[in-house]
Design a protein around this ligand. Sequence first.
Ligand SMILES: [Zn+2]
Length: 394
Amino acid sequence: MASGAEVIRRAKDEIREVDPREVRDLSSNGAANGAVLVDVREQHEFDESHIPGAVHVPRGHLESRIEGAAPDRSQRVVLYCASGNRSALAAHTLQQLLGYEHAESMEGGITLWKDRGYDVEVPRALTADQRQRYSRHLLIPEIGLEGQMKLLDAKVLLLGAGGLGSPVALYLAAAGVGTLGIVDDDDVDLTNLQRQIAHTNDRVGTPKVDSAEQSIADINPDVEVVKYKTRLDAENIMEIIDGYDVIVDGADNFPTRYLLNDASVRLRIPVVSASILGFDGQLSVFAPYEGPCYRCLYPTPPPAELAPSCGANGVLGVLPGTMGMLQATEVIKLIVGVGEPLVGRLLLYEALSETFTELKVKRDPECPICSRDPDSISDEEMGQFPDYEAFCAG
Ligand SMILES: [Zn+2]
């Protein structure tokens, strides 16, 4: 039976080992020659410091994850670890068992790399509490530490702390979205509590932005809440939405939706939009200049008698929860940069039949807003819409 040391020596005999200097020269123009640098150490070692540009595939997950990092088996793959033993064994596995033609191991590992004074990247670290709080995110490779950091750095604006805004606020707070802006000028009313789960019985009569802030703080102290106790209008919209990464539209009226659309196109901020009525919901992501905008989808508002925003309307209490969860999911995907966002697609949900239907939506080449250069959209044109008071009165 061969000793461990012998196994490592034999593996090294059968693979190519490269000097850290060669890897450094490679990483300075790595993208140009298609080589991939892979760190095979454990998560905590990678988090401490790693070679800039390296992707992380721990040796324990090598077989299942290497294809994500290096899909082409003919490309050059250089592996490293702390001292060059684990990476030699990993390179041997890639070569012998997985058919990689150019799997190599960096001699001396990151220890020798550091001894030579070459650059390392020291990622920002989570606190011990945060590592626990977000542990189930850290375990998903698509999110991991990098994705969690993106969430903590993200700024998301919620239009409304009502039916849709409530569940979105609570779940985005739990997920660790670092800054949540909330625009709402209403106070909590007893009729809200059937569905607006960020609010509580003892906070009836208090501003919704304060009530939501309290619920968010109770869930996750990492989240900073920015409150706007106001209605969004043409005067304040540019100032309020500027600087946010994603906007969640839970507005209950058409003028706000058109206004938000025009301003967000101008500032190129994606909007995750949902609407609800009765037992039915709709959802889409409007990514300016990547997919259609709200006006491409709805060039004109519905006739007044069909506009649900002109008065109180019935809605199943859990429906905004369902649609809000879908919104929160899209927000997280946009921030982390994973999956296929719901751009150019309209999702229809019918609760009574429990069915989802997806419609393709195209950009309108004649769209009055997104067919144009963002700088050419003037303040006066934004949110242009038939007079809403007259519109509802009619
Ligand atoms: Zn458009």
